[in-house]
Ligand binder design. Sequence first.
Ligand code: AMP
Ligand code: ZN
Length: 480
Amino acid sequence: MYLYNSATHKKEEFKTHTPGRVEMYTCGPTVYHFAHIGNLRSYIMEDVLEKYLRFAGYDVNRVMNITDVGHLSSDADTGEDKMLKGAKRENKTVMDIAKFYTDAFFDDCRKLNIKTPDVVQPATGCIGEYIQIISKLVETGYAYLAGGNVYFDSSKLERYYIFNDHDEDDLAVGVREGVEEDSNKRNKNDFVLWFTKSKFEDQALKWDSPWGVGYPGWHIECSGISMKYNGEYLDLHCGGVDNAFPHHTNEIAQSESYLGHPWCPHWFHVHHLNDPAGKMSKSKGEFLTVSLLEEKGYDPLAYRWFCLQSHYRKTLVFSWENLDNAAAAYTKLLNRVAALKPEGDVDQAVFGEYREKFLQQVGNDLNTSMAVTAVFDALKAKTNDGTKLAIIGEFDKVLSMSLLEKAAALREKAAQAVQSGGGDYVVTGEGDPEIDAKVLARYEAKKAKNFAEADRIRDELKAQGIEVTDVKGGASWKRV
Ligand code: AMP
Ligand code: ZN
């Protein structure tokens, strides 16, 4: 696979420390609020990357943290504590907030077919590991104590900024305006490893440490959790583009200083989903969630489809119109897959040829829009329906759009409606489930007020020489 690497600023052949095995780490959510659909864009693209690597034959160990402590509202260690802010907002404890929003995050992931990583570790569960790393950094002179806190000394490094080809705007996220200077820091880029003195007197979670009772800074959790579950050599580190600086820069600084050798060669950053008014952000108050999409009648997978249509290294602009287009395209695709008859032996030569092409095309810097095109190409393949369905099912191991399941459900629904004669909408015709499914899909589209799709299906049926007549409680069709 060829993958862009933000650490070297170029597209490279992806290689791993141990051949055939990928140690992969993902920065998880800060669980003080619901995830917005921008956050979920990052998790969708990381999910596709993981699934592609498995599809390409790698054994993947994917680890993710849950930030339930230490993340202040400015990524540069100042501002409010995000978890405390959430707890105050809802009049609950920090632990309650963390549990509630962790569960909510995984509910959203399930709806979007995002696989749960092999290891999910809340930051509060690895305090011993952080203390061990920080102790060594203090011993070896990479960290110092000042004003009761422990800081990483960035001046000890030969090289600090390694992701600095990112947009000014993205870099500025870490150093937001209006944040007060921390006079304990010796250098501008130093960052907190352990707090014992913070302005948050009411900090709920504190642990004993060699430097006094306190809590870890935000960055140390990802180094500690990754080293615990991925080992000393990480192959691939993922996150949204705003994580690149200062979070990932600081992770590299502390991990390599601790380990004494290079830590992670490959960095994968997903660019942002913006709304037309600008950046999407949880701290802005109002934001778009998966639940809101559902309330408005969208299948969350239509949002996944929307994300897959564009490249992860391009900013994506959200609008309802764009989502409507993606939803219509997804419905149309499902109808086309439902129209395939699950019949005919799989032609292994055709299957292999399509699989190989998909592997090559998508393996070019995770080209998901090519993956989408590949599904349409498979529908048009010169082969039997059984082979087409096998190819689409294979591609869906990476895309995770539930193509076969949803298409089978559509087919089943149509068949049942015909047989039972007692459902809410009964289709009667000349006994062809493919046509029944289309007639039903037209009805479903009308019900969902997707008139363009309903008209498209009507025209398609017409072109096939099918005449549909609306009758009481359903529809009847015949060939003319
Ligand atoms: P947070 O919960 O704020 O720690 O963020 C969770 C993940 O979402 C991180 O990987 C962020 O980099 C990523 N992220 C934040 N905002 C966006 C956005 N607008 N679009 C895409 N990813 C984002
Ligand atoms: Zn992280």
